[in-house]
Every structure is written in structure tokens, then in C-alpha cells.
Design a protein around this ligand. Structure first.
Ligand SMILES: [Zn+2]
Length: 101
């Protein structure tokens, strides 16, 4: 099994910081949009075993890299928050037909 360790690491980061990211919508689709955008901008780290994810995560802790992951996450959260594509928001915001994906 091949797993992108960044998926798990970013998911954890999002869970931890989503209350501080000032999201305009926190529905499942918006959170997934944020994850997809963030992961597209993040270099994948593939592992073949779930247990190895924690080693990669440990690599990021207390390092500048973690800060840059957070910056990317915050940027993507802002993009999605400014223009949410989910059904909850699509009727409210004008010009929402344009996709950023
Ligand atoms: Zn939403």
C-alpha cells in the first residue's frame, strides 16, 4: 500500500487549526476543498506503511517546515473561504461559478 504521509499530516493540522483559520464555511466539502488545494501545493511524501507516517511527522515538528505547511494551509483556507463552492454557500456568493481547482 502506498500512502502520501502528507495527507495525514495535513489532515491533523487542519483539525488542529481550523477554528483559527476564520473559515467562512466548515462543511465537509469546504474542508475537503481546502485539503485538496493544500495537498496540491505540498510535495508528497510517500510511505508504504502507516506506521512510517509518524516518523515523517516527527521530522516536521519544531522545524521551519511545519511553519511553511501552516502557511500553505492558511493560504488555501483563505482561497476556499473567499469563494466556497459548496451548496451552502454557492447561492449566497456571486461569481461563484468560477472554480479554482
Ligand atoms: Zn461549505
Amino acid at each position: 500500500m502506498v500512502i502520501n504521509a502528507m495527507e495525514k499530516i495535513m489532515q491533523d493540522l487542519l483539525d488542529e487549526y481550523k477554528s483559527r483559520l476564520q473559515l467562512s464555511c466548515t462543511c465537509e466539502q469546504c474542508l475537503e476543498d481546502i485539503m485538496a488545494l493544500t495537498l496540491n501545493k505540498t510535495k508528497p511524501r510517500y510511505v508504504t506503511n502507516v506506521d512510517k507516517i509518524m516518523y515523517i511527522k516527527a521530522d516536521y515538528v519544531d522545524k521551519q517546515q511545519m511553519t511553511s505547511l501552516l502557511v500553505t494551509l492558511a493560504e488555501c483556507a483563505k482561497i476556499v473561504s473567499d469563494r466556497p463552492l459548496c451548496e451552502n454557500s454557492v447561492k449566497k456568493v456571486k461569481g461563484n461559478e468560477m472554480s479554482y481547482m
